[in-house]
Design a protein around this ligand. Structure first.
Ligand code: HEM
Length: 540
């Protein structure tokens, strides 16, 4: 245990503290629960060279999300650098614009611009599953959702087209996603296979950015561009004022001081002054001094004056040196890297959750019955080949949405983080600047005060949430909170809701394995299953 570091503040508790990298690293999710039971609601773990201070009481979450003494960007900058090779400078410059862009494009009001295209893509990729088969449920969900969501957010030409390219993408993305947590903390040389996948994905994103730069709207029916096209425009446009500034700077900052030095050198050297003046008067002859013309031809004859200028430019102990600028090429240097981050954020959480939602529904006879009754009542007797699911129909499919929210609750991200930038008071403690402040949505959702029978899959609990007004249940923090709350949450809910509805409407399933447990290996993001979950499926 160590004392708090700010003795000026009134509350001077001792934060329970322990160096526990090894136990923590083995199964971090389990470790958090054990540490909380043993040490109370606020405790610090020293792991991977960092102090991680966990806050576990709901009453402290508001401070975590809203306090000006904690910072999101400072918490994630280094992981972003390690996982997407974005420089610190570029990250601080572009992150706010990227965040506002995604938030703005994926508001509930904008989703109808994307949803009918997404529905077509789901239909098309679901048909590729064939009329029957046996597969891992998780793999099956990925095979359909990856290409459909990529087409919807990045553009049709940027979505893996044939089964072989889908397979290749799935494999590279799986390695990248599974190693994301370690990759965010360790240099690439310790993670060769992971680094290879990362560079493969970066190069893929490089090609995608080139495709996106064409900039004609991807969805001509409503003039909408893809999220990637908007990202390209945002980053390039944000740089435009910088180009302008650089050009202004370049045109003034060097030439004018050099002119000063050339004059100063000439005036302080009698022989240089004499020679320069002889040449100038010989060339310009006896023009008037009021409007004196100096033509290009005359400049060519004024060689000595030019030498004086070149001598002033020459870097040396007394002379100024010219600073070059190469920033224009840097403007979009990191575009593929931002693209990769966006791609990861859009696939890494929603797709495992879709797997869990389906697995929970299929393994609970009553949930399955209720969901199917609702789906068949709402979609009526449309054909199962090209099934349209509109926004209005999704609104009627409330039970399916509850199932999805319940799956998110049970498999919520292991931890989200902020960096403490000024001493932060919480409970009886003062948390010192530099600490990484951690909240675990996974454990927060297991607090029986907010979620009775917390381990049970109970979709009905969501009846109390005002989902029409987009309000979740109290205590639900799967999407984080405050200024940096997940900007993709409304899109995530829409895509999962639509996909689960479609696949259950089109196919009958038989579970071949018991419901797997969640793996406690990772803190970043939603959980993966820790064992197989195979299904047999057949077209209805
Ligand atoms: C079930 C699905 C999802 C979950 C549980 C989830 C959860 C989260 C969480 C917890 C954060 C951090 C928030 C914080 O620290 O307060 C986050 C950030 C983010 N999410 Fe999601 N997310 C999901 C789906 C998506 C989707 C589908 C997209 C994009 C289409 C997306 C885009 C992002 C982005 C870009 C960020 C980073 C925001 C920033 O840098 O400020 N997410 N998400």
């Amino acid at each position: 245990m160590i004392p708090t570091e700010d003795s000026d503040l009134m509350s001077r508790g001792w934060i329970p503290w322990f160096g526990a990298a090894f136990e923590f690293g083995k199964a971090p999710l389990d470790f958090i629960a054990q540490a909380r039971a043993k040490h109370g609601p606020v405790f610090t773990v020293f792991a991977a060279g960092k102090r991680l201070t966990f806050v576990t009481l709901h009453e402290d979450f508001r401070t975590f999300f809203m306090s000006k003494d904690v910072d999101f960007e400072q918490a994630v900058q280094e992981p972003v650098h390690n996982t997407a090779s974005i420089s610190k400078e570029s990250f601080y410059k572009f992150h706010p614009a990227c965040n506002s862009l995604i938030k703005g494009r994926l508001t509930p009001g904008n989703l109808p611009l994307l949803s009918s295209h997404l529905c077509e893509e789901f239909n098309c990729h679901l048909e590729l599953l064939g009329s029957k088969g046996t597969d891992g449920l998780s793999d099956l969900v990925r095979s359909v959702m990856y290409p459909a969501v990529m087409s919807n957010l990045l553009g049709k030409s940027n979505s893996p087209g044939c089964p072989a390219t889908v397979q290749e993408f799935k494999e590279k993305f799986r390695i990248y996603d599974e190693g994301f947590e370690y990759g965010s903390q360790l240099p690439e040389i310790f993670l060769r296979k992971w680094a290879k996948s990362k560079h493969w994905l970066l190069s893929l994103l490089g090609d995608m950015v080139i495709n996106a730069e064409g900039n004609s709207p991807e969805f001509p029916e409503n003039g909408t561009k893809t999220l990637l096209q908007h990202l390209v425009t945002t980053i390039t446009d944000k740089f435009l004022p910088n180009y302008g500034l650089l050009m202004l700077w370049a045109s003034l900052a060097n030439a004018i001081p050099i002119t000063f030095w050339a004059l100063a050198f000439i005036l302080s050297s009698p022989s240089a002054y004499r020679t320069a003046m002889e040449q100038i008067t010989a060339v310009l002859k006896d023009q008037g001094t009021e409007r004196t013309a100096v033509t290009a031809a005359e400049l060519r004859e004024l060689s000595y004056v030019k030498w004086c200028i070149l001598e002033a430019i020459r870097p040396g102990p007394r002379g100024p040196s010219l600073v070059g600028w190469s920033a224009p090429q840097d403007a979009d240097k990191f575009l593929p890297n931002y693209g990769l981050l966006m791609l990861w954020a859009s696939l890494a959480n929603a797709i495992p959750i879709t797997f869990w939602a389906l697995a929970f529904i299929l393994s609970s006879p009553s949930a399955y019955r209720t969901a199917m009754e609702q789906i068949t009542a709402v979609l009526k007797d449309q054909g199962t080949e090209r099934t349209a699911v509109t926004a209005a129909e999704l609104r009627e499919l409330s039970y399916v949405k509850w199932c999805i929210l319940e799956a998110i609750r049970l498999r919520a991200p292991g931890a989200i983080t902020r960096r403490v930038v000024r001493p932060l008071r919480m409970q009886n403690y003062v948390i010192p600047p530099g600490d990484m402040l951690m909240v675990s949505p996974y454990w927060a959702h297991r607090n029986p005060e907010y979620f009775p029978d917390p381990e049970e899959f109970k979709p009905e609990r969501w009846e109390k949430a005002d989902l029409v007004k987009n309000v979740f249940l109290e205590g639900f923090v799967a999407f984080g909170g405050g200024r940096n709350q997940c900007p993709g949450r409304w899109y995530a809910l829409m895509e999962m809701h639509m996909f689960v509805t479609l696949i259950l409407y089109k196919y009958e399933f038989t579970l071949l394995d018991p419901l797997p447990s969640p793996s406690s290996l990772h803190l970043v993001g939603t959980q993966q299953p820790d064992g197989p979950c195979r299904v047999q499926y057949r077209h209805r």
